[in-house]
Design a protein around this ligand. Structure first.
Ligand code: TYD
Length: 204
C-alpha cells in the first residue's frame, strides 16, 4: 500500500490454487536472468517464523479464528517485507513473489473478512509494480493439484471455498493488475507474461 520508490521492481503472481503461477514464475525468472537482470525469487507464506506457523496450520484451520489467521498472514508479510523484499528492491533487484497481499484479500475475504479492511492492514507493504492474476476455472485448478501433483487438498483448497476466493479475485480493481487466462498452454502463457513484463521494463 505504499509506493515503491526504489530502483527495483516488484512483480507478484496471484490466483487460485493450481493455476500454474509458480511454473510461470520460474520461467520468467530464467528469461529475465538471461537478459542480465538481478532477480530475487520468493513466496508467501514465507519461510520466516510466521510463515512456518501458517504452514503448520494448513491441514486444520479450525485451530484458530479467521481474525487470528489474518493477523498471522499480516505478521508474515511484515516480516517478509522487512527482511527480504525491501532490501532486495533497494538494491535494484527485480523481485518475483509467488502470492502477496492480493491473496490475503481474496482468501481471508472469502473466509468472511472485509476486503477493504484487509487491504488497510497492509499499509506497510510496497505496492507491486505488476500483479499477474492467473485465472482458470476452480475445478481445473483442483484437478491439477489432485491428479497432476498427486497431492490431497488442504483446508485452503476445498472447492466451495475456492469458488469464493475466485469471486474475490474477479472483483478486485487495482491499477497494477493484469489478468491472464491460464487455461492455455504453458508457452503461450509465458509469452503473455513476458509481454506484460517487457512493457513494465520499458516504462521505467
Ligand atoms: P501456495 O502458494 O499454494 O503454497 P504451496 O504451493 O507451497 O502449497 O499458498 C498456500 C495457501 O495459502 C494458498 O492456498 C493460499 C493461502 N494464502 C492465504 O490464505 N492468504 C495469504 O495471504 C497468502 C499469501 C496465502
Amino acid at each position: 500500500m505504499i509506493k515503491n520508490n526504489t530502483s527495483g521492481l516488484l512483480i507478484v503472481f496471484e490466483g487460485t490454487d493450481g493455476t500454474g503461477k509458480s511454473t510461470q514464475l520460474k520461467l520468467l525468472e530464467t528469461a529475465l536472468r538471461q537478459r542480465g537482470f538481478s532477480i530475487e525469487s520468493t513466496f508467501e507464506p514465507s519461510n520466516g517464523r510466521y510463515g512456518k506457523q501458517i504452514r503448520a496450520l494448513f491441514t486444520d484451520r479450525r485451530q484458530i479464528s479467521r481474525e487470528e489467521e489474518l493477523d498471522l498472514f499480516i505478521a508474515d508479510r511484515k516480516d517478509h517485507v522487512d527482511r527480504l523484499i525491501t532490501p532486495a528492491l533497494q538494491s535494484g533487484k527485480v523481485v518475483l513473489c509467488d502470492r502477496y497481499y492480493l491473496s490475503t484479500i481474496a482468501y481471508q475475504g472469502a473466509a468472511g473478512l472485509d476486503p477493504d479492511y484487509i487491504l488497510s492492514r497492509n499499509y506497510f507493504a510496497p505496492d507491486p509494480d505488476l500483479a499477474l492474476l492467473f485465472h482458470t476455472p476452480v475445478e481445473t485448478g483442483i484437478r491439477r493439484i489432485t491428479e497432476g501433483r498427486g497431492e490431497t487438498l488442504n483446508d485452503y483448497e476445498k472447492e466451495e471455498y475456492l469458488q469464493k476466493v475466485a469471486e474475490q479475485f474477479k472483483q478486485m480493481k487495482l491499477p497494477f493488475i493484469q489478468r491472464i487466462d491460464a487455461t492455455s498452454d504453458i508457452n503461450t502463457i509465458h509469452k503473455e507474461v513476458l509481454e506484460h513484463v517487457t512493457l513494465l521494463l520499458k516504462s521505467q
